[in-house]
Write a protein that binds this ligand. Structure first.
Ligand SMILES: Nc1ncnc2c1ncn2[C@@H]1O[C@H](COP(=O)(O)OP(=O)(O)O)[C@@H](O)[C@H]1O
Ligand SMILES: [Mg+2]
Length: 269
C-alpha cells in the first residue's frame, strides 16, 4: 500500500530524516516514537508533501507520490489528511465551519469567500461531529471548546476529506490524560471502523504500545526500530530514546494507564 524508499531530508548539512525505508501492506495504526528532534515531524511532512524530500521515494498503491505537482499534489494532500498538536483550527470561527474547511480544496474561491457550503456537506459535517461525540458543540466558536474537543474537531475536519491515511503529529501532546485517551480512542475507532491507515507521531511509549499495531522508533533521523508493540522491550526503548542506564519509562509516559485504574467506569461520549 505505502512504501518509503530511502526517504531523506536535509536542512543544510543537517540530515533530519536519513534514508527512512519501510513498507505498509494493509491499513494499520502505526506509532512513530522518538525524542524531540528525531525527525518524526519531518517524516510526516514529507509523506503529506508539505515538505519536499531531498532524496528517496514515496509510493502509495504503486504510484509515485514524492514527485506530484500542482493539482495532483493537492489531491494527494486531501487523501492524506494531517492533524497537529496545536489543532490548527480557526479560533473565532464556529465548529461546523472549521470542519467544512476540510472540503476547501474542492470548492471554488467564490463559494469559499462567501462561506457557501452545500447542504449535503453541512449534514455530513454534523454527522461526523456526532460520531466523535461533539455534535452539540457545532454552533460554538472553536476557541470556546476544551483542548480535547478541539482536537476532535480537527479529526472531524480531516474526516471530511474522506482520507485514506490520517497523519497525526503529536495529537495528544497538549492534552491532559483523560482527553488524550478520548482522542486516541477516536483515532483507533476510525482506523478499525473505516479501515483508514493512521500514522501518529507519539512522544510517549505507553500510548504507542497501547494503541498501535506497529511501532517505528526513530533516533537522529534514522529508523532504529520497526516492529510490534510487544517487541518494544525496555532495552529497545532505551536505544530509541538514547537514554543511559537511568532510562525510566515513567519519563516517557502520559499516564493514560494510571487514569484507567482510577476511572474504570469512565464512559466516553
Ligand atoms: N525547517 C527546518 N530547518 C532546519 N532544520 C530543521 C527544520 N525542521 C526540522 N529541522 C531539524 O530537523 C531535525 C528533526 O526535526 P523534527 O522532524 O521536527 O523532529 P521531531 O518531530 O522528532 O521532534 C531537528 O534537528 C530539527 O532541528
Ligand atoms: Mg515533531
Amino acid at each position: 500500500m505505502l512504501e518509503l524508499k530511502s526517504l531523506t531530508k536535509r536542512f543544510g548539512d543537517k540530515t533530519a530524516v536519513d534514508a527512512a525505508t519501510f513498507t505498509v501492506d494493509r491499513p494499520m495504526m502505526i506509532g512513530i516514537i522518538g525524542r524531540s528532534g528525531a525527525g518524526k515531524s519531518t517524516l510526516l511532512r514529507m509523506l503529506n508533501r508539505l515538505s519536499d524530500a531531498s532524496d528517496g521515494e514515496i509510493l502509495f498503491e504503486g504510484r509515485e507520490i514524492s514527485s506530484l505537482k500542482g493539482a495532483a499534489r493537492r489531491e494527494w494532500q486531501s487523501r492524506c489528511a494531517m492533524i497537529f498538536q496545536q489543532f490548527n483550527l480557526v479560533p473565532r470561527m464556529d465548529v461546523v465551519s472549521n470542519v467544512l474547511h476540510g472540503t476547501l480544496n474542492r470548492r471554488s474561491t467564490f463559494a469559499t469567500m462567501f462561506n457557501l457550503y452545500p447542504q449535503e456537506d453541512i449534514h455530513k459535517a454534523i454527522e461526523i461531529l456526532d460520531r466523535l461525540g461533539i455534535a452539540e458543540q457545532a454552533p460554538k466558536r472553536a476557541e470556546a471548546l476544551s483542548g480535547g474537543q478541539q482536537q476532535r474537531v480537527a479529526i472531524a475536519r480531516a474526516l471530511m476529506q474522506d482520507p485514506s491515511i490520517i497523519l497525526a503529529d503529536e495529537p495528544i501532546a497538549s492534552l491532559d490524560p483523560m482527553n488524550a485517551q478520548i482522542v486516541m480512542d477516536a483515532l483507533r475507532r476510525i482506523h478499525e471502523e473505516d479501515g483508514r491507515m493512521v500514522i501518529a507521531n507519539l512522544h510517549t511509549l505507553d500510548t504507542a504500545r497501547r494503541y498501535c499495531d506497529r511501532v517505528i522508533g526513530m533516533r537522529d533521523g534514522r529508523i532504529v526500530f520497526d516492529g510490534r508493540p510487544d517487541q518494544l522491550t525496555t532495552g529497545v526503548a532505551r536505544d530509541i530514546y538514547g537514554a543511559g542506564a537511568d532510562f525510566s519509562e515513567a519519563a516517557t509516559s502520559t499516564a493514560i494507564e494510571t487514569l484507567d485504574q482510577s476511572n474504570e467506569n469512565l464512559v466516553l461520549a
